[in-house]
Design a protein around this ligand. Sequence first.
Ligand SMILES: [Zn+2]
Ligand SMILES: [Zn+2]
Length: 244
Amino acid sequence: MEFKGDYHTHTLYSDGRASLEEMIIAAKAQGLQELGIADHGPRNIGTGVKNESIFLEIKEGLNKLQVNFPSLQLKVGAEADVLNLTGELDISKKVIKELDYLLAGLHPYIIPQGLQGVDWILENQIMKVFPALKERVKTNNTKALVEAIHNYDLWAITHPGLKMDVDAYEVARACIRCDTLWEINAGHKFPSYEKVQEVAGYGVDFIVNSDAHFPESVGCLEYGSWVLEKVGVPPEKIKNAKVD
Ligand SMILES: [Zn+2]
Ligand SMILES: [Zn+2]
């Protein structure tokens, strides 16, 4: 299976190791038709963009570079963080409007919003010592993600279940209801074959992304093609599959 684009990549603006141009050159070399830059939201500790206006800077940078790379469609996105159980994200609606698409995911090292958000993120940490919290944490992770899917126009959710367990059925139902894609994260080789089989059974649509932090990983989507073919997911259920 081949893919027309990679839409989850990071640059020096967050915790990636390369410039916009270096990522673009890599995408072109990989034969992609589209490249999306989706740096981390500002409340990702140590790895987020300095502030949300950086996304506008990225947009401007991509607009300028687009002229030099006519064969590659450049898009500006973001990988926003979910901040609390009401599904609030760390990018304002004003900035979101300027983006070509929006991704969001659960990350354990963020500055949450509100006391309830603080409890939720803390419990994700102390659960390692108090396994009795596990079920409650999973329920809350699911709630936070499902609310975000309902409250925002998300194109896809990134690596659902990675480092923060969720109820796949509940999240899949929200994705189907809101037309949100379930990401296969090739960089993390996540989720597993068994999980992809489970959520494919619920009827979600997928997108395969690299989560590249280096030019070398842009367009490296082999895990996605392997796992989706093994499960038998048809190309029309995979948003960025090349169908021609
Ligand atoms: Zn992520
Ligand atoms: Zn990422």
